[in-house]
Write a protein of this length. Structure first.
Lengths: 339, 327, 299
């Protein structure tokens, strides 16, 4: 039993950050368009030392305008989904919980469909519709999941599952009966897709949203450790159970909504990354939250790099990659627990 | 107590500064690149409206084009602009020269990077096949996209002409379009007075998908003297085979990139439940067309002629079927 | 006056065999009822009950199932507010205390919820230090020392690095108790702690609780239906029956044969044992007289 100290936490996070950096460099290097490492290094140096005008046009176009935002998006989405997944696993006291178990992704998808139907021409309508759909679902599931005035984990889980199924059915219905050809893109979005280049302002919004929501969850990390031992026990150990559950519910749902609204429903990341981090670094949420965030970022950037290089120049949706790797990994983890 | 408070603050500021540190040089770079614009050559621009109603700013001189759909590629080559096509999709296989162009991926999932690396002056897409997010991504990096949207035979002709004017190939465009109009008129004349043949057009067999009323295929069928038995406002409705059998169409039409292989598939369908009740299938009143029927491009006219010949050979004299089926 | 100061004041008093310190827990006419929407009249789970407990005292709340024992314990713990009356710890109403403050003074040991993720016994015990920390806080050296000491007091240091799901029921019980001790409370509450233990473990637990009450100056209140254990180890017994408090007093005072037979609906005999503590003898072969007012038993 090794004590968790600030030092150990910083070392672990530092190590993971270095790994992330390496993955980012790899992702920048690889792609449909090859780029020699020397050129890459030289151009990055020019950028950092403040000589942007000397950078080659190709580099700027491909690296800075296309690849880098995509990698940053992958980092944010991966971090958000993993933290949300870890949080829901604690909130619902269920190791099988993932960010979508409460129906947020289905609500988002419905929001996207409605947005495409009603106002396809407005730019950023898709992320906005997705976000609004997610928020509506969060509110509805919260109201359903209440029992005697506070959030009950069991009821919440059921309410979420039922909502997800219902919304999926509605989506299926709409997709089959509506003639609009703009809806074809939704199949891609449903799988989880990072290929849409987004304006920088949206990336900034994501970053701020992530820091706020993940930060809020992090402040309840030690409470979550106790919550996992049981709600009554946690209460007798001084945890404000109702308040903590509400904060975690809203923050984790917000993280999911943010991720889903820009990249669709990328699967398995929110479920598996926390488990892998637990295996590596233990179940203490004070360490699990930051390691899940960085681990999720690594996972998504890797998956996305694979997705856009494995059958280049065709691009697979990143959700397909996470499913292909995630499903067998999940089975392995499951067997390990049972063994 | 003091120590833990200090620690708490320390962690928070560490995290925040890390985030800011990471973001600032990138933000600077992003701001720089978007303000300078990435349109190569910096040539003069003009504004046009594409077929979906979008306003697009394109350069006056368009020398490098990337096509994101097979019908667009075919149209560009037919207009004699093949040498300006610097990239197309994996699925662009007609004419054969199109296969040699650098590929940028599939129509639904092309690589934005790859397209950008080809430095196109213009990307041409089509609404029926390409996705709006792809178009937006390209515009985000400063590459203009012109989208076509031909939904009928007439619109296909107009679209061809429009593209020719856009790209400064007016003469070729007019010649091509008038030739296509002449051939279509010829077919109409020959079919004058003949009642349309009822057909069942199979887009896909499981699930069974046919064409609705508003598609270019439905329109092409009409030009060829055929009438689809499916009445639907959806573009590509999934149909019930019982309904098809009830109507007992005179002909069943399939299409394929490899018509010969399709013949054997069709033979198997004869034995499938419900399909086996189709008289047309039992008696061999089946037509297998090339993929041209499924592309709103100049070769659609070939497909219309082929179909008209097959359905009403007595109206067309000694002209054989194999002359136009080259795909 | 806070808990620490009151403790300090008491430590300077003249030592006696059983120092009569001030009252720590004061239950005054506390009652509780579940209010359901359908019925207009509330169902009383516990009618007005009063008793007091001092430090170093072990109180047993005794009664058969559904007698309101757990409700009384929860009232004392402050998890539910009394419908009428007051429940006080050192003068403060327990249900009005802030969750964290309450957890610094009251530790509860009850049937554990199943664990979702594997956790080591040592970390589990460390959780008991949570009420004394702040959010975004890491355990200090002192916290680790207190946790280690708690493990020592329950004789479970060797279990420190073992996983909770791998140890036996009795060992787990000790770890849960250690976590409660790590809270360094004034009041230690246990809800049916002997339920799944064999007789040896039961006696060991009660003896340990008695010892801890003495050494650490706790007030220990346990809920139980084990007549013999309560008789042997409790200083005070609160007898409950169907939500009513029938008697409060020393075991000798409370263990009257007719009373116990009525409450527990079993044929019993009471004898006097060493130190004046009653011994309960089960008369299995004798018919329980339905009419208890008729008096003495037959051979």
């Amino acid at each position: 039993m090794r004590p968790l100290t600030l030092r150990r936490m910083l070392w672990t996070c530092g190590l993971l950050c270095v790994t992330l950096l390496a993955v980012v460099v790899l992702a920048l290097r690889l792609g449909a368009v090859p780029f020699p490492l020397a050129d890459l290094g030289q151009n990055i140096l020019l950028l950092i030392t403040g000589h942007p005008e000397k950078v080659s046009t190709d580099f700027r176009l491909i690296m800075v305008d296309i690849r880098l935002p995509r990698i940053l998006l992958g980092i944010l989405v991966g971090a958000a989904l993993s933290v949300a997944g870890a949080s829901f696993q604690a909130l619902l006291r269920n190791p099988l919980a993932d960010p979508y178990v409460l129906g947020v992704s289905s609500g988002s998808a419905l929001g996207v469909i409605l947005a495409l139907l009603l106002a396809p021409a407005i730019p950023l309508m898709t992320p906005l519709g997705a976000f609004l759909g997610a928020v509506a679902t969060i509110a509805a599931v919260y109201l359903m999941g209440r029992r005697e005035g506070h959030l009950d984990s069991g009821t919440l889980l059921l309410a979420g599952i039922v909502s997800a199924s219902f919304l999926s059915a509605v989506i299926m219905f709409l997709m089959t009966t509506l003639a609009s050809r703009d809806l074809r893109g939704i199949a891609f979005w449903l799988m989880g897709d990072l290929s849409t280049t987004l304006p920088t302002s949206l990336l900034w919004t994501l970053l701020i949203g992530f820091i706020l929501a993940a930060g809020a969850i992090f402040t309840t990390a030690s409470d979550l450790n106790l919550l996992l031992a049981g709600e009554r026990e946690a209460m007798h150990l001084g945890v404000e159970v109702t308040r903590v559950k509400l904060v975690v519910y809203i923050s984790a749902s917000l993280l999911t909504a943010l991720a889903v609204s820009v990249s669709g429903a990328i699967g398995y990341v929110g479920l598996l990354v926390p488990h892998v981090m637990r295996l590596l670094f233990g179940s203490d949420y004070r360490l699990l939250i930051p390691t899940s965030a960085i681990g999720g970022a690594i996972a998504v950037v890797l998956a996305d790099t694979l997705a856009r290089t494995i059958v280049a120049p065709t691009e697979l949706p990143v959700g397909a990659m996470t499913a292909m790797v995630g499903a067998p990994m999940f089975i392995y983890l499951l067997r390990r627990r049972l063994a | 107590m003091m120590e833990s408070k200090l620690r708490r603050r320390g962690i928070f500021f560490l995290a925040l500064s890390f985030a800011v540190f990471l973001a600032s040089p990138l933000a600077r770079a992003a701001r720089q690149s978007s303000s300078q614009g990435t349109l190569p050559g910096g040539s003069a621009l003009r504004e046009v409206t594409d077929e979906t109603g979008r306003k697009v700013s394109i350069p006056l001189e368009i020398r490098r084009i990337v096509s994101l759909a097979p019908n667009v590629t075919e149209t560009l080559f037919a207009l004699g602009l093949g040498d300006r096509v610097v990239g197309d999709t994996n699925f662009c296989d007609y004419p054969p020269e199109a296969k040699n162009r650098p590929h940028v991926g599939g129509p639904i999932d092309p690589s934005i990077e790859q397209i950008a690396a080809l430095h196109p002056d213009l990307v041409v897409a089509t609404r029926a096949i390409n996705r709006l997010p792809t178009v937006r991504s390209l515009e985000q990096v400063g590459i203009p996209v012109y989208a076509t949207d031909p939904r009928s035979v007439e619109q296909m002709l107009a679209s061809t002409e429009g593209l020719s004017r856009l790209l400064g190939a007016d003469a070729a465009g007019q010649a091509l379009v008038s030739s296509m109009r002449r051939r279509l008129a010829e077919v109409q004349t020959r079919l004058a007075g003949v009642p349309p043949t009822s057909v069942f057009f199979v887009v896909w067999d499981s699930p069974t998908v046919s064409t609705g009323n508003d598609t270019f295929i439905a329109d092409a069928l009409k030009y060829a003297g055929a009438r689809s038995i499916i009445d639907s406002s959806l573009d590509w409705p999934t149909v019930s085979m019982e309904e098809v059998v009830r109507q007992q169409p005179e002909y069943v039409i399939f299409y394929s990139a490899t018509p010969a292989e399709k013949e054997s598939e069709v033979a198997e369908l004869r034995h499938r439940r419900v399909w086996s009740d189709l008289e047309a299938l039992r008696q061999g009143r089946v037509v297998v067309l090339s993929e041209a029927i499924a592309r709103p491009a100049p070769s659609l006219v070939d497909a219309i002629e082929d179909l008209a010949h097959t359905l009403r050979p007595e109206r067309f004299g000694a002209r054989s079927l194999s002359s136009a089926g080259g795909h | 006056m806070n808990a620490a100061e009151s403790m300090a004041a008491q430590s300077t008093s003249t030592p006696e065999a059983r120092p009569r310190s001030g009252v720590r827990v004061n239950v005054q006419q506390a009652s509780f009822a579940h209010v359901t929407r359908r019925q207009s009249a509330p169902v009383f789970t516990l009618e007005a009950t009063s008793f007091q407990a001092r430090e170093r005292e072990l109180v047993a709340i005794l009664g058969p199932n559904a007698s309101g024992k757990s409700t009384l314990l929860r009232l004392i713990a402050g998890s539910i507010p009394p419908l009428s009356g007051r429940v006080e710890l050192d003068g403060f109403e327990t249900s009005r205390l802030e969750t964290r403050t309450r957890a610094q003074r009251i530790a509860m040991v009850q049937q554990e919820s199943p664990l979702v993720f594997p956790v080591r016994a040592g970390d589990y015990v460390l959780q008991g230090r949570h009420p004394h920390g702040r959010s975004l806080w890491f355990e200090s050296e002192e916290d680790y020392a207190i946790a280690a000491n708690a493990l020592a007091q329950v004789g479970a240091e060797h279990l420190r690095d073992r996983w909770m799901h791998e140890i036996s029921g009795g060992e787990k019980q000790r770890i849960v108790l250690a976590r409660a001790l790590a809270q360094q409370p004034l009041l230690l509450l246990l809800d049916e702690p002997t339920l799944h233990l064999d007789i040896g473990a039961q006696v060991e637990l009660l003896a340990r609780l008695r010892r801890l009450a003495e050494e650490n100056r706790y007030t220990v209140i346990i809920v139980t239906h084990e007549l013999s254990l309560a008789a042997e180890f409790a200083d005070q017994v609160v007898l409950l029956h169907r939500g009513k408090c029938l008697r409060v007093g020393t075991p000798a005072e409370v263990y009257q044969r007719e009373l116990l037979e009525q409450v527990f609906e079993a044929p019993l005999d009471i004898e006097s044992g060493p130190e004046g503590r009653p011994r309960v003898i089960i008369q299995g072969r004798r018919e329980l007289r339905s009419n208890l007012s008729s008096g003495s038993s037959s051979g």
